[in-house]
Design a protein around this ligand. Structure first.
Ligand SMILES: [Zn+2]
Length: 682
């Protein structure tokens, strides 16, 4: 046999045995025999480097990525799923599906075990693995291709399978026995133990050394095909059913968790969930529930998605596992709104595969009502990703000797008295300069969902606040390299990185800033809607409650909260500070659709400096709404917009011709009201 043919034969054999071993756990040959095949292939490839290809099984472990992980966009957003916790929730889901489809009988569902790992998107081009990316925020993830290649359950090339570019989604996880082995090694080396397989898998996948990743022994289960040729459907048009797609994935050599089942209707589905609730501990991997999807892609399309979840799928979560633990103390956390939340410090205890040392408590009234006392054994529970919580005391005798717990009277951080409005369950620290509030607020401001300032994490923010280096969000933009380098665990390189990230964040979309401000009730979606509608922070700042409320999706509570926020002088000062720091406060002009240009037929002239936006931006916004902007005042001018230091000639001409003028605030109001969807625009 010539070398090329032998190499080809060996690769196919090795791939087949890898699949048998890593996907089906049914090896046909001994490890030694497998190693012999590998050695022969390596030797042949070394002798004939011209025959080496990137998808050869010898090429799983490559070099380190030089610059960390790049951010990449997914073919389609990776939505998360709505959750069901009880049988009634499952039945309610089925009812919603039937109602949505207008049918009486429940349709076929595919039930798959939910893997407690990390969501992953693999891209294959003409059958070859070219990219592996983490879920990230669902739209963008991190490219971890080098590490994904080391996962031996994931084929570097598909057997048969689709041509062109496809994305295949699934979950990368750490099998229980590998997790135990790694922790044994940690223990032997006197290193701290890892908390649970999921976090260990996450940490491993983000390690910059593929050789180490390979040693950890990650595994994967894939469950979804997303093809580029049909961007609108969750499954490509050629896929007749989800069940068939799973079979196809398996036929292409991809790892597909074998216990999935096509359930004929809701009864079958409930039985599947109940069966696995009891059997799950016998599996080689952690599962925290069952993923349920409509089998028929055409029905899925009919149901569609909400802004958060697909309507045709849900995740059934297995009930939480309970344990007893010693409650060492109850501490108080002060959040960014000043809310004082008690939490439990526990003697480390293993629950549902994780070591728990902190847990949430409901609210102070609840702690008193349940009579939870520090220094006693309590019942804790944890389910999957959910934060563990204290359920109640083990001993419930009211006459027991341990002292009852009382809510502290003062803020643990600043010593101000904690206040509780009569009608609320929450205690608050009302000190507006409480360092804890600023700290938590900044954590939110810098977070991935908001301003996304990488490197400005909890520890750095805490040090900056503690040392009095920042008093408002705007101050972070005036930090310099020597200051940052002076912080613990910060070198020249990391300081430079934070500064670069800060700089980059200045040109973020306006909604990110709006969300980052942490205005009560303004979530990501609300911020996007407001930014879209008003176009700039300044326009939102001057908008009345009525104007805010007239926006589709904005309710009275949110509108009042936004108005109250901007009525607070300290907050307006903050905006001024952010402007001074050079942050983008104006969004890209939204072009009104043809035929709905509320300012069509009007002509404006701008004179003087506007404080909120450049002249170019102002012109672009007016034009986007259908108006014309000219340089000189004439009888055709609708109004003259007058900023600071206006040109005298334009102003005089306007007065002579009786052309109305608008100051900056009036101009902002004009932009705010003259939106395409607002017929009341003037
Ligand atoms: Zn305080």
């Amino acid at each position: 046999m010539n070398p090329a043919a032998r190499i080809h034969f060996l690769r196919d054999e090795i791939r087949r045995h890898e699949e048998l071993y890593y996907v089906h756990a049914k090896p046909e040959i001994t490890d030694a025999a497998f190693d012999a095949l590998m050695s022969e292939l390596r030797a042949l490839e070394a002798a004939h480097p011209e025959l080496l290809t990137v998808d050869s099984p010898t090429q799983r472990v490559g070099g380190r990525p030089a610059e960390g992980f790049a951010e990449v966009e997914h073919l389609q957003p990776m939505l998360s799923l709505d959750n069901a916790y009880h049988e009634e929730d499952l039945r309610a889901f089925d009812e919603r599906v039937r109602k949505g489809l207008g049918v009486d009988r429940s349709p076929a569902y595919v039930a798959e075990l939910k893997i407690d790992g990390l969501s992953m998107a693999l891209t294959y081009e003409d059958g070859r693995l070219v990219r592996g990316a983490t879920r990230g925020d669902g739209v963008r993830g991190e490219e971890v291709t080098q590490n994904v290649r080391t996962v031996r359950a994931i084929p570097l090339s598909l057997k048969g399978g689709p041509q062109g570019r496809v994305e295949i989604r699934g979950e990368v996880y750490l099998p229980k026995k590998n997790f135990e082995r790694i922790n044994q090694e940690q223990e032997d080396a006197g290193e701290p133990l890892y908390a649970n397989p999921r976090n260990t898998a996450a940490g491993t996948l983000r390690n910059l050394d593929p050789a180490l990743v390979a040693k950890r022994g990650l595994a994967a289960w894939m469950y979804q095909l997303v093809a580029e040729f049909d961007l609108s459907a969750e499954a490509p048009a050629s896929v007749e059913s989800h069940a068939q797609m799973l079979k196809d994935l398996a036929a292409w050599g991809l790892p597909v968790e074998p216990h999935w089942k096509r359930c004929a209707g809701i009864e079958d589905l409930v039985a599947f969930c109940n069966e696995w609730r009891d059997r799950r501990h016998s599996l080689a991997f952690e599962t925290d529930g069952v993923v349920i999807k409509l089998d028929d892609p055409a029905l899925r399309q009919r149901l569609g998605s909400t802004s958060k979840f697909p309507r045709w799928a849900t995740a059934f979560k297995f009930p939480a596992e309970q344990k007893q633990a010693m409650l060492k103390s109850i501490e108080i956390n002060i959040g960014r709104t000043g809310a004082a939340t008690p939490f439990a410090m526990l003697e480390p205890t293993v629950v549902a595969g994780s070591t728990i040392s902190m847990a949430t408590l409901h609210n102070p009234d609840d702690i008193v009502r349940k009579d939870i006392r520090p220094g006693e054994m309590v019942i804790i529970e944890k389910a999957g990703d959910v934060i563990p919580r204290v359920v109640g005391p083990v001993d419930t005798d009211p006459a027991r000797p341990t002292p009852r717990w009382v809510m502290p009277a003062t803020c643990p951080r600043c010593g101000s008295a904690l206040q509780k409005p009569e009608d609320e369950a929450v205690w608050r620290c009302d000190n507006s300069s409480c360092p804890s509030k600023l700290q938590r607020g900044l954590e939110h401001f810098a977070s991935r969902g908001a301003m996304n300032i990488e490197g400005l994490g909890e520890s750095l923010i805490w040090q900056l606040c503690k040392n009095g280096l920042i008093k408002s969000y705007a101050d972070i933009y005036f930090l310099d390299a020597p200051t940052l380098e002076g912080m613990e665990r910060m070198g020249k390189k990391s300081a430079a990185k934070v500064l670069a990230e800060l700089e980059k964040s200045k040109s973020n979309d306006v909604w990110r800033l709006l969300y980052g401000l942490g205005i009560r009730h303004v979530g990501e979606r609300g911020a996007q809607v407001l930014a879209d509608h008003f176009g700039s922070i300044d326009a939102i700042e001057v908008a009345s409650i009525e104007q805010l409320q007239s926006v589709h999706e904005i309710g009275p509570v949110l509108a009042a909260s936004v108005r109250a926020y901007f009525d607070e002088p300290r907050n307006r000062e903050l905006i001024a500070g952010l402007r001074k720091a050079g942050l983008k406060l104006v969004g890209e002009p939204k072009r009104a659709p043809e035929g709905s240009q509320p300012l069509a037929g009007r002509t404006y002239v701008i004179t003087g400096e506007l404080s909120g936006m450049s002249r170019e931006d102002a012109q672009a916004r007016l034009e986007a709404l259908g108006a014309k902007v000219t340089n000189s005042v004439s009888t055709k001018t609708t109004a003259l917009i007058v900023g600071a230091d206006p040109g005298a000639s334009k102003f005089e001409k306007a007065s002579a011709l009786g052309i109305p003028t608008k100051n900056e605030q009036e101009f902002m109001e004009l932009l705010a009201t003259a939106q395409p969807d607002n017929p009341r625009a003037r």
